[in-house]
Design a protein around this ligand. Structure first.
Ligand code: SF4
Length: 450
């Protein structure tokens, strides 16, 4: 019987949440985690195909695992997530015959069956599948993570039906579907009981939560319910879509003491023709107005965004529209990606990838430099200010703790006592583009309850 497992995860927060749920299932089967892949009895890779770089990394790790399997045929190897998609393509099995089981995103059922019923043949396992508990009611945290995990992500909306022309996610994670409200709230309650203090609700377009459930369910209502869970101090949600963020949602954030003033809204481009070619569903003017509405209701909000440079056909003038928009909006954090064609997508099939790689890199660097400068300037306003930080971990090398402000700014501060899971006021003394450093002031007298 396998005794240890090793998980390797790459990609978005949804993958991190799926990995956390899988770990909880594996530990419920009495497996224990190991950081050493070469020694594990079960290896699971949770994959991402949103960029070619991620795929390249996956292939390198899988090559190592192939060697492990040759040395130890009893080793169980599973591959999960967006590389697999909703149904494993037979070509995957042909390419990696040493992989025992392929798992769709967010659904570890096939691996759990394999582990529970290793002695049964496939037909018997299929028969048992119907009697297995629903993977959606996973224990919240694996025991190995309890007592040291302060924040957790909880999927609220699975899949996406928007079909932006560059994006492979709808093909791999399937159409949009909201999880039942009760399952989400139960999971948050279990997380709170296990010591988690901050929960981030996830969805590819999280603002669309509940539209497929009917009965008036929406994200604002879900956040209000989640805010009632005792032990949860902070709530966040991501990723938003500019066309779906409502004033009702913004008002719910503004009203709530628990929902943090932090929004992730990808703009992707500052040019209307590029946005139309991406099939994003909004214009630059609408995005600008949205940022205005957010800043009116939540003056102190942290607004993060994503940008793609070098989308097919993007001219220098169109790129400079993006540069100008970002200069104007001075957002709080940007994920800047160079376009890479993803199989199956409309852009990969129909639009020539005609911006050369070195030009994409030049544009990416220009935005990175701009972003770094804007953040360096913006963050000077924090120096001398006191911010409240939820402490998530310790940097042992430099004997300091780290945590996040309500706006998701990363803050370091030295302290010799145990601060994990505590709300601590920090007076900021130094501010760089990506971190703030300060000294601990008053801490809230609520202990991390584990
Ligand atoms: S909204 Fe667009 S970019 Fe986001 S997951 Fe859906 S298709 Fe992909």
């Amino acid at each position: 019987m396998p005794r240890t497992y090793h998980l390797w995860t790459i990609g978005c927060q949804m993958n991190a949440a799926d990995t956390r749920g899988l770990a909880a299932h594996l530990e419920a089967l009495d497996l224990t985690p190991t950081g050493c892949a070469a020694e594990a009895d079960v290896l699971v890779m949770n994959t991402c195909v949103i960029r070619q770089q991620a795929e390249d990394k996956i292939l390198r790790v899988l090559d190592n695992w192939r060697a492990f399997k040759q040395q130890r045929p009893e080793l169980i190897v599973a591959v999960m997530g967006c590389l697999v998609g909703r149904q494993a393509d037979p070509s995957l099995r042909a390419q990696w015959p040493f992989v025992d089981v392929f798992l769709p995103p967010s659904d570890p059922t096939a691996l759990l069956e394999l582990l529970r019923h290793r002695d049964l043949d496939r037909a018997a396992r299929d028969a048992l599948r119907r009697a297995e508990p629903d993977a959606d009611v996973a224990p919240a945290l694996p025991p190995s993570a309890q007592g040291r995990t302060v924040t957790a992500q909880v999927p609220a909306v699975l899949g996406c039906s928007h079909a932006c022309t560059f994006c492979v996610i709808p093909y791999r994670r399937g159409p949009e579907r909201s999880r039942p409200r009760q399952n989400i709230l139960d999971e948050i309650r279990r997380l709170a009981d296990q010591g988690v203090r901050e929960v981030t609700l996830l969805g590819q377009i999280v603002d669309r939560y509940g539209l497929d459930l009917g009965g008036g369910a929406d994200l604002a209502g879900l956040l209000e319910d989640a805010a009632q869970v005792a032990g949860i101090w902070r709530l966040r949600f991501l990723t938003s879509h500019p066309a779906w963020m409502t004033d009702r949602l913004l008002d719910a954030v503004a009203r709530s003491e628990k929902v943090q003033p932090y929004l992730e809204i990808p703009v992707q481009s500052g040019n209307d023709d590029v946005l139309a070619a991406m099939h994003r569903g909004y214009t630059v003017r609408q995005f600008r107005e949205l940022v205005g509405r957010i800043r009116q209701r939540l003056p102190d909000a942290g607004i993060n965004s994503d940008v793609i440079v070098g989308f097919p056909g993007e001219t220098e003038a169109q790129f400079m529209d993006t540069h100008r928009l970002l200069e104007e909006l001075r957002l709080d954090f940007l994920h800047i990606a160079s376009y890479s064609p993803r199989p199956e997508t409309f852009a990969a099939r129909r639009l020539p990838d005609d911006v050369p790689d070195d030009e994409k890199e030049r544009r990416r660097r220009l935005l990175e430099d701009q972003h770094r400068r804007i953040l360096t300037e913006k963050h000077q306003a924090y120096v001398g200010r006191t911010v409240r930080v939820l402490v998530e971990g310790r940097d042992d090398k430099r004997a300091r703790w780290w945590g996040r402000t309500p706006q998701y700014k990363l803050v370091y501060f030295p302290a010799t006592d145990d601060r994990l899971g505590q709300l601590t006021d920090v007076v900021i003394e130094w501010a760089g583009p990506f971190t703030l450093v300060g000294v601990a002031g008053r801490k809230q007298d609520v202990r991390f309850a584990m």
